[in-house]
Ligand binder design. Structure first.
Ligand code: HEM
Length: 444
């Protein structure tokens, strides 16, 4: 669309005017003015079909109530405590690979699923103190596949219904047995997660509520449901059971899908770029197998650039939305916006826009962030969005990616499985997932 219509173009979704934005200057303005630009209603409306009470669908007082409970848990200081757990789970994945290492030429075609299993296991434990058993179970075990398959099904239906009018989505979800089955399985897991937490003493929940998502959610459950329901959103405190359920459902999906997508890209890109892999291993130096501390991870500058480049080169999220709440004019393009307009912020286009990158943006080249592109426009690479509705989980995602990739690079080398099976390309689901990934895993 940008190639044909320029940096700012419009189209209509029913009666709603949607404006596509592709220039960093206007996008910076949008993200910098939270009183004018609110969470996109196209974004919210669709999510509402799946978890209407979760933070992603909320604005105003309701958003603030949910944010006050959830946001503090995802600050960097809280997230850092999860390092050991991330290492434990990564070691489990390495053990799984080791146990299948009988044939050193085997091409692994299920890297995407392996990454999802890992990230789900990690998020289950970090977010919910709950072992989702996606790593401990054997590949063919029905139980393991049940949850990952149901989450997949849920996401596929989420994507399939994106282009449908709202009423059609409603009808589809009401009558689809595929959706019902997936939803019921996920719901059973969510119920078990809540039940496990509720079985703990109030004292224990109270103590952990500052650094455990599930303890915080369960601690905030309304004691007097009827009384709370009569209050307006700005007077209410805590969350209803449905709100807790929807938050868990949202986080179960948001907590693994995007990060596992980035990790799958990392593995694919490493297999295609032995030079980059060798440089990461050289940076790890003598720290061959020992677990790294936060300080050691922070000192890995080159790996940091690689992760930045993976998120930049193959940004898991391609766009996000904002709704205009007051008439405004965009500073760079001069486009006039009116209350009720919807903005589509094209994050992916920015990453490929030659105006913002001195080194060819179509090249996977981590060194760009150490050299010519070090001082790039701050809004030319925004994998986590921006402004007050930017990604809640970005500190956790960055820690996960750095801890997992450094641990993998301490133990294995990824090699190209061949031009066809490892051809890359992408499938657009909720994220931009790599399509053909086939790598050989060699233990160093
Ligand atoms: C590489 C990993 C990730 C990427 C690329 C990513 C990307 C994004 C993007 C682009 C947005 C929209 C931001 C905006 O509109 O400005 C978003 C929102 C969100 N993300 Fe992430 N995300 C990642 C990981 C996570 C994780 C690990 C979690 C959970 C722990 C998470 C939870 C959320 C939530 C709850 C929102 C909605 C925020 C709101 O509505 O205020 N994300 N993410």
């Amino acid at each position: 669309m940008q190639a044909e219509f320029g940096d700012v173009y419009q189209f209509w979704v029913g009666p709603m005017r949607v404006i596509g934005l592709c220039n960093a200057e206007d996008i910076q303005h949008v993200f910098g003015h939270r009183h004018i630009y609110e969470q996109g209603s196209l974004y919210r409306d669709h999510h509402t079909h799946f978890f209407s009470e979760a933070i992603i669908c909320n604005i105003g007082a309701k958003y603030k109530r949910h944010a006050s409970i959830i946001l503090p848990l995802f600050r960097r200081s809280n997230v850092l405590d999860s390092l050991e757990l991330i290492n434990d789970c990564t070691d489990q994945l390495l053990d799984r690979w080791r146990s299948k290492n009988d044939d050193p030429t085997r091409i692994h075609l299920d890297i995407g699923k392996q990454c999802q299993d890992l990230l789900l296991a990690i998020f289950g434990l970090i977010g919910f103190d709950f072992d989702l058993q996606t790593l401990t179970d054997d590949d063919n075990d029905a139980k393991n596949n049940k949850l990952t398959k149901s989450l997949h099904e849920f996401l596929n239906i989420f994507m399939m219904t994106i282009a449908m009018p709202s009423i059609m989505t409603k009808i589809y979800l009401k009558f689809s047995t595929r959706y019902r089955q997936a939803f019921n399985i996920i719901n059973d897991y969510v119920d078990s997660i809540i039940e496990q937490e509720q079985n703990k003493t109030q004292e224990s929940i109270g103590k952990r509520k500052r650094n455990s998502l599930i303890a915080s959610l369960v601690y905030s459950l309304h004691q007097d449901k009827k009384n709370e329901a009569t209050k307006s959103n700005d007077k209410q405190k805590g969350l209803s059971r449905t709100e807790v359920l929807h938050e868990i459902l949202l986080f179960l999906i948001a907590g693994y899908e995007t990060t596992s997508c980035a990790l799958t890209w990392f593995i694919h890109l490493m297999s295609k770029n032995p030079r980059v892999q060798a440089k990461i291993k050289a940076e790890l130096g003598d720290n061959k197998f020992q677990r790294l501390s936060i300080e050691q991870l922070d000192s890995l500058d080159y790996l940091n650039c690689v992760i930045q480049e993976v998120l930049h080169f193959s940004s898991p999220a391609v766009s996000t939305f904002r709704t205009v709440t007051v008439d405004d004019r965009l500073p760079a393009s001069g486009a006039q916006l009116y209350k009720g307009d919807e903005l589509m912020i094209n994050m992916y286009n920015l990453t490929r826009d030659k105006r913002y990158w001195k080194i060819d943006p179509d090249l996977f080249y981590p060194e760009r962030f150490q050299g010519d592109d070090k001082d790039h426009h701050p809004y030319a690479s925004i994998p986590f969005g921006g402004g007050h509705r930017q990604c809640i989980g970005q500190e956790l995602a960055r820690l996960e990616l750095k801890a997992i990739t450094s641990r993998l690079m301490q133990h294995v080398t990824f090699r190209d499985g061949g031009p066809e099976v490892n051809a890359g390309g992408h499938n657009q689901t909720l994220t931009l997932m790599p399509k053909n990934v086939g790598v050989i895993i060699t233990f160093d």
